[in-house]
Design a protein around this ligand. Structure first.
Ligand SMILES: [Zn+2]
Length: 404
């Protein structure tokens, strides 16, 4: 509504400008004309200010204006240096937005959007509405978490070297800061790569985005019952990984919160977008059958909720992961329902205020206690007992074998 109001308000302003600029412009359309009077207006200002420079007792702010004007004049003389992106032999691709249309890459190529760049491997098959859906997912994550995916205080780097996937980095020396690097990869040797994310980049490995040729080229893909190629793009997984990048650019958290918020947001985002975005709607209708709650080592209640949060399931064998995902997802759902939509933003600000940051070191028990205390500082000392009671009442985290 706010945007619409601004658009309506703008119309009379533009018309007024035309009237003052002279009758000639009344017949013309487009905002280009309005820039002309502005340029003319600037010139006398420059002369006036330049004259005052010789009088040292004049107002200081006017002298500053001279400096600003001089800087603007110098700009065109700067030497043009092409970026690695401009020198790249790889093409920029644009999709037409039609979901039935497909683009299949025969070489490395890229798609640039407002908040990210998609780096495509060879033999990627993208539906025409892929970027439309990706844009909507990023916007929805930002809207719900109330944070930007490109925060000003994050220390950005150039495009990361994903040699573990490519064996080479076609995007070396590219600088797309502060946009997110999103690699869409095909795993032609069937090494079993899965999607993953960091604060700098994310990798999407989805069999539905492999071309027919590359899928048929390696019997290992379809020989394994664990490698299922769905005929829809898994936007749940994409929303999960995108949430990682967005939240990691804000703050490090425990495993339970990191995986929990990603799983929580993936469902929230797909549910929110499904009605308006047909491909996401189809994904939801099919994939909902496979959503599950992972196994947990003990039922959660008011007595053990804080201890479990601090344990962070760090002692569970990594091969059997899942408990931190489902526990964190329910914790986020509880926080949202009980304390409001801005629970993540409030928690992140408390983490910042407390100076909790373990960087690339181990998230020790001492650090995890600090994260638990930050949660209590924001939402009250009883946040964990309330969460335990909520779990029992809603029969969440009560089935050790999971819910399938
Ligand atoms: Zn994850």
């Amino acid at each position: 509504m706010k945007n619409l109001f601004c658009k309506i308000k703008k119309v009379p302003v533009v018309l007024t400008a035309f009237v003052f600029a002279g009758n000639v412009f009344l017949c013309s359309c487009g905002p280009v004309k309005t820039t002309e009077p502005e340029v003319i207006e600037n010139e006398p200002v420059t002369e006036e200010v330049t004259e005052t420079v010789s009088e040292p007792e004049e107002v200081v702010s006017e002298v500053k204006e001279v400096e600003e004007v001089e800087e603007v004049v110098e700009e065109p003389e700067e030497v043009y240096v092409p970026t690695a992106q401009e020198l790249s032999p790889y093409k920029e691709i644009k999709l037409d937005g039609v979901k039935e249309h497909h683009f299949v890459s025969d070489d490395y190529c890229y798609i640039e959007s407002e908040k990210y760049v998609l780096f495509l491997d060879k033999d990627v098959d993208l539906p025409g509405d892929f970027v439309t859906n990706m844009d909507a997912i990023v916007d929805e994550i930002e809207r719900q978490l109330q944070v930007s995916c490109m925060p000003e205080d994050y220390e950005y780097c150039g495009v990361t070297d994903n040699t573990s996937y490519y064996g080479m980095n076609p995007w070396e020396d590219w600088d797309i800061r502060p946009k997110m690097s999103i690699f869409i990869m095909t795993d032609e040797d069937a090494k079993g790569y899965i999607s993953n994310a960091s604060a700098d980049d994310l990798v999407i490995a989805d069999y539905a985005l492999y071309s027919e040729d590359v899928w048929n080229s390696n019997p290992e893909f379809y020989a394994s019952e664990y490698r299922v190629r769905f005929d829809y793009v898994d936007y749940y997984a994409i929303a999960h990984e995108l949430t990682h990048t967005v939240t990691l650019r804000q703050s490090h958290m425990t495993d339970i919160m990191t995986e929990g918020i990603a799983d929580y947001m993936s469902r929230e985002v797909v549910n929110a977008l499904a009605p308006a975005y047909p491909s996401i709607g189809e994904n939801k209708a099919e994939a909902e059958k496979y959503l599950y709650d992972a196994m947990i080592p003990e039922k959660v209640n008011a007595d053990n909720a804080e201890r479990i949060f601090i344990s962070d399931y760090q002692d569970i064998d990594h091969a059997d992961r899942g408990a931190e995902y489902v526990t964190g997802r329910y914790l986020c759902q509880f926080l949202d329902e009980t304390y409001g939509d801005d629970f993540f933003l409030k928690y992140k600000e408390q983490i910042d205020a407390d100076g909790i940051d373990y960087g690339y070191d181990e998230c020790t028990e001492e650090v995890r206690i600090n994260y638990a205390n930050a949660l209590k500082e924001v939402f009250g000392d009883d946040v964990f007992t309330k969460f335990g009671d909520w779990c029992v009442k809603n029969h969440a985290l009560q089935e050790l074998g999971g819910v399938w």
